[in-house]
Design a protein around this ligand. Structure first.
Ligand SMILES: NC(=O)c1ccc[n+]([C@@H]2O[C@H](COP(=O)([O-])OP(=O)(O)OC[C@H]3O[C@@H](n4cnc5c(N)ncnc54)[C@H](OP(=O)(O)O)[C@@H]3O)[C@@H](O)[C@H]2O)c1
Length: 333
């Protein structure tokens, strides 16, 4: 049988488990020119929330239809093939759907993996997958980080942030993370090696809390959150600082807030660059090799928030928005 998680209703604001349901059907017949995969892991990626609202389709992806399998990244192995380019046993990281099996004609976004995986397979969804490579491209190519820099990272204990912080430490920078709880603050300092953490709380303004931790200002802001967090970071940026825009989770599926201080981009001569990792597809082997080397040397680790079973995929996705995850959120099927 093939089990799929479908979009049962459109989330109102942050997604919750009840927005999703599991449907089961027989394995499909494979038409000529297609192949069938077994999906071993589902990667939960906050960005897919953007395409769950009605009429949310854009130049990147179409809006997700109701009662259809939810689009997402999976670690897949080809089970049967009638496609000339895909053979039984090929391992793929692919944008298919939250399913135990997928039928593809090869037109989906697919990145090939080595047949013999050197690391735990789930690592290819996290540190060696889209989120780890986002951290890599953002900190190296875009931030052009140096050991003189103070770097601030939002969503610091999530899939991207946990790797971005460790890479920034390897480059000798002073690294500060913004997180949602004291427990996560403690974890990013002791486990990931962040120099300090700023906890989002209703009591102190975020801008003041950043200033208290970065009294000499911020040279690089690596943003996963957007909105008010981005606004608070801009206020603390040093002259000619760099803003690396990776994500904006606080505005996914809801009306985004601000930032309302963009004039400071001019007065401080800040540079701003957003990026989408999948547009760097041709550099995945290079990024994966560097991240693999760091894993071999034991200088970075790959923390996971891991759940088991197709019935827990919706909960795992909701966990991202509730800040439950420490590291990469993944479901083993
Ligand atoms: N540009 C690209 O190519 C690319 C690729 C992959 C991911 N991304 C982006 O990277 C970011 C991280 O994605 P992810 O899927 O790996 O998730 P994640 O960082 O593993 O988890 C999301 C984290 O964001 C924080 N958060 C959630 N809602 C928030 C809110 N309203 N305000 C402030 N913080 C909030 C939570 O941590 P705390 O509660 O501890 O703060 C949560 O743990 C997302 O914005 C995603 O879209 C971009």
């Amino acid at each position: 049988m093939m089990h799929s998680v479908v979009l049962a209703r459109r989330p109102a604001g942050n997604p919750v488990e009840a927005d999703f349901a599991v449907m089961s059907e027989s394995l499909p017949v494979i038409p000529e020119g297609s192949f069938l995969t077994r999906n071993d892991y589902v990667s939960l990626d906050a960005g897919f929330r953007n395409w769950m609202n009605e009429d949310s389709g854009d130049e990147i992806l179409p809006a997700m239809p109701l009662q259809e399998p939810v689009m997402g990244l999976v670690l897949a192995e080809v089970l049967e093939s009638k496609h000339p380019d895909y053979a039984i046993g090929d391992k793929l990281m692919a944008r298919f759907a939250w399913q135990t099996h997928s039928l593809s004609d090869g037109s989906d976004f697919i990145a090939r993996l080595p047949t013999d995986l050197e690391f735990n397979p789930s690592a290819y969804m996290g540190v060696l997958g889209d989120t780890g490579m986002s951290a890599y491209f953002g900190i190296t190519d875009i931030a052009q980080l140096t050991s003189e820099d103070t770097v601030l990272i939002s969503g610091a204990g999530g899939a991207v942030g946990s790797i971005a912080g460790q890479i920034a430490k390897l480059m000798g920078a002073r690294v500060i993370g913004i997180v949602g709880s004291e427990a996560k603050a403690e974890w990013i300092r002791t486990t990931l090696g962040y120099d300090a953490a700023v906890v989002r709380s209703g009591d102190t303004s975020l801008s003041e809390a950043i200033h208290a931790t970065c009294p000499n200002g911020v040279d690089v802001f690596f943003d996963n959150v957007g909105g008010q967090t981005l606004e608070a970071a801009i206020t603390n940026m040093n002259h000619r600082g760099r803003l690396v825009l990776c994500g904006a989770i606080s505005g996914y599926g809801v009306t985004p807030h601000g930032p309302n201080n963009l004039f400071e981009l001019i007065t401080k001569e800040l540079s701003v660059e957003g990026f989408m990792t999948h547009f760097r597809h041709e550099r995945y082997d290079e990024a994966r090799e560097q991240l693999s080397e760091w894993l071999r040397q034991g200088v970075i680790q790959s923390p996971e928030h891991r759940l088991e079973g197709i019935e827990n995929v919706g909960k795992a996705f909701a966990d991202l928005f509730a800040g439950e995850n420490f590291g990469k959120t993944i479901v083993a099927l």
